[in-house]
Design a protein around this ligand. Structure first.
Ligand SMILES: Cc1cc2nc3c(=O)[nH]c(=O)nc-3n(C[C@H](O)[C@H](O)[C@H](O)COP(=O)(O)OP(=O)(O)OC[C@H]3O[C@@H](n4cnc5c(N)ncnc54)[C@H](O)[C@@H]3O)c2cc1C
Length: 363
């Protein structure tokens, strides 16, 4: 199999690059390890009492001042809404003592996508021709032979596909690339160390999502926003759809990945207890409770991501990682974007940068 450009990874960055290639008539193929599109973007549909909504288990928010995502949503005809933030907030200390009061909901002003961020992925995929996209293809090796990039991908039925391309956009997390893919000899140990030094944004995190037929907390004058020093969730927010139900709260888990693994199913019980302490007995009994732990998703996180990080890293492609294999192997996930790295907006920024590098490569 031969193509001009191989895109590896169909998260937002990979799909955005494919969209740019379609617009500019570049011949490409996009391959992805998972049996689904979207990477860290993952929305799950839940039905309660006859009402259905999709809930975001990965990213949920974007923000004013992010021009690329605004343009993309507009061009796909998708609607956004403001994070629900009206009502009192609650906070608990390390002993589980809860204080309720008027306060600033920490995510007030953040934007969410009507129908969940999965709609963005669905919209992008629908605009790409099926014959350019292949799921269930795990890249295990990339080599560089006589100026050609040769990629070996393992398919779900045990075959190994070899794809030759003039260049490859590797829209995967740099740490995942360094630790799971056999790379060409031209990519030095120092370059692999530079990949490992780039933290994958939010990869060590887990979300607890609790879903209800009624928004009991809103009925009680609460916004759903809570902070906790006891846990397991350190911050909680309303995750309900733009209008109607089912209604939901979600929280980021503060326990370390090791502690989460040791607790196993006990984490759900701790989560329910905490919801009861913060919002009252009815909220301790969700109709459905979903836990998504990204730290143990090997296409997103490596053990390096299990160490907690309390700040947003400075992103952008380090010099050691530019011009790999005569500029024919191009790293392109959000973590390579200099301005909005880590965020959804960064995935779109990375796609634009990759597009320019591909144009140079194909000259
Ligand atoms: C819990 C959580 C909450 C977040 N919240 C926000 C938020 O609110 N707002 C925000 O802006 N950002 C948020 N983020 C970050 C956001 O998810 C990312 O910015 C964005 O999804 C990155 O897209 P990407 O395409 O760069 O990477 P990814 O979506 O990670 O895509 C990489 C793709 O490569 C694939 N892949 C990996 N290895 C291989 C292989 N060997 N062969 C083939 N394919 C492979 C993966 O399966 C994946 O599909 C959050 C992330 C998480 C995990």
């Amino acid at each position: 199999m031969k193509t001009d450009v191989l895109i590896i990874g169909d998260g937002l960055a990979g799909l955005a690059i494919a969209r740019l290639f379609e617009q500019r008539g570049v011949a490409y193929e996009l391959i992805e390890a998972r049996p689904r599109f979207g990477g860290r973007i993952l929305s799950q549909s839940v039905t309660i009492n006859g009402e259905t909504a999709a809930f975001d288990l990965g990213p949920a928010w974007f923000w004013p001042g992010q021009p690329r995502i605004a343009e993309l949503l507009d061009s796909l005809g998708l609607q956004h809404f403001l994070q629900h933030a009206s009502g009192d907030i609650t906070a608990e200390d390390e002993n589980g003592r809860v204080v309720r009061g008027a306060g600033f909901a920490s995510m007030e002003g953040s934007l969410r996508l009507d129908g969940g961020l999965g709609c963005l992925i669905d919209g992008l995929v629908a605009a790409l021709p099926d014959n350019r996209l292949a799921l269930g293809q795990v890249v295990r090796q990339i080599s560089f032979e006589d100026g050609t990039v040769v990629t070996a991908a393992h398919t779900a039925d045990g075959e190994i596909r070899s794809i030759e391309s003039r260049c490859a956009v590797v829209a995967l997390l740099p740490r995942v690339v360094a630790d799971t893919i056999q790379l060409p000899g031209e990519i030095t140990a120092a370059a692999k160390d530079a990949m490992r030094a780039i933290p994958t944004w939010m990869a060590g995190h887990a979300k607890i999502l609790a879903i209800y037929g009624r928004p009991h907390w809103r009925d009680d004058g609460l916004s759903g926003d809570a902070m906790s020093r006891r846990g397991p969730m350190v911050e909680i927010h309303d995750a309900s759809p733009a209008a109607g139900g089912p209604y939901a709260l979600f929280g980021f888990v503060g326990y370390s990945p090791d502690a989460r693994a040791q607790l196993g199913g006990g984490l759900a019980e701790h989560g329910r207890d905490q919801l009861g302490r913060l919002f009252g007995d009815a909220v301790a009994e969700p109709d459905e409770l979903i836990i998504r732990d990204w730290a143990f998703d090997e296409l997103t996180a490596t053990p390096l991501d299990h160490a907690s990080s309390n700040h947003h890293p400075a992103y952008g492609l380090p010099a050691a990682l530019s011009g790999l294999c005569d500029g024919r192997v191009i790293l392109g996930s959000t973590e390579t974007a200099p301005e909005f790295g880590g965020y959804l907006e960064g995935a779109l920024e990375a796609a634009e940068i990759a597009m320019k590098k591909v144009e140079t490569c194909l000259e």
